[in-house]
Design a protein around this ligand. Sequence first.
Ligand code: FBP
Length: 347
Amino acid sequence: MEKPPSHPELLPGFITIQQHIIANQRRHSEATGEFSFLLSGITIATKVLASRVRKAGLVDVLGSTGCTNVQGETVQKLDRMANDLMMHCIGYRRSVAVLASEEVEGAVDLTETGRSGKYIVLFDPLDGSSNIDVNIPTGTIFSILIRPDPTEWEGQADIQAEVLQPGLKQVAAGYVLYSSATTFVYTTGDGVHQFVLDPEIGAYVLVSERLKMPDRKRVYSTNEANSLSYPAPVRQYLDWTKQPDSNYSSRYVGSFVADFHRILMQGGVFLYPPTAKSPQGKLRLMYEANPMAFLAEQAGGRAIDGSTRILEKKPRQLHERTALYIGSRQEVEIIEGFIEGKGAPKA
Ligand code: FBP
């Protein structure tokens, strides 16, 4: 793997996330180090989680808690552990004013404790958790925003409303994939960088910088069991992919982080359209679609909901769902062509 040229001041051999962020922050005169300390909360929480996931089946972390979360889903034991770890490790950082999790109804207002932090951190503590008992890769997804300028609020600031910012406002986003290796991928709007957890030294080590998603790859990723209730143009697209001269293949893990990571590295397109079961789409805008859309665009890809760029969507609720078409730019544009009634791309 080519050594990244942009950090001559760092020791050759390996670069950890903390070193990488601090080196990048040096380029921003206004940087205070708060951001790197915030991100260290996520790296600590996910390292602990990685060790638990790796021992699933050996220690009592499999199965459900018997409770149901705000999404109406059964809460897995590891869902709860992941949520508690993220809440604790990130919440410990005084620069964080608000925490919002897939597992918790409302945003958690930390300013009530008298702190005046500027960051809002949203996260899906364990994406794909329904796969954990069968040892299929899962992940943690995070999105970081800055509190809006208080002058924007007449009277009392409304923490719940402060969280509802379009994806374009994200200052950072990323995910951790718990699989054959534990991989940490993030962006601060200056390219997409990948780290792998070295269990021997307990550090995430840089393996590639400024990842570029291939522009075209004839691989689609969707739960086709739902396809009869997909919008007609999307069904036409899937029929077209099955034409002999279309040469498409299909891959679907059923864990969004795993499916997205494959697409980031090899290209392709992931689609979760509106369905009869999920008329708004299934994936959550604020802590699933927005962070992945930021990463996709930073890597040269594209992310839409069928008509609007995901990052431009104005959120109305914390847990709102969205239709999602994300991946290689040309693959998403082909689907857009079908949705706009232009049909199959000219050969
Ligand atoms: P959560 O596990 O965080 O609720 O995520 C939803 C998810 O599991 C995604 O990871 C995955 O892409 C999708 O749902 C799978 O949905 P389906 O089972 O309908 O194909």
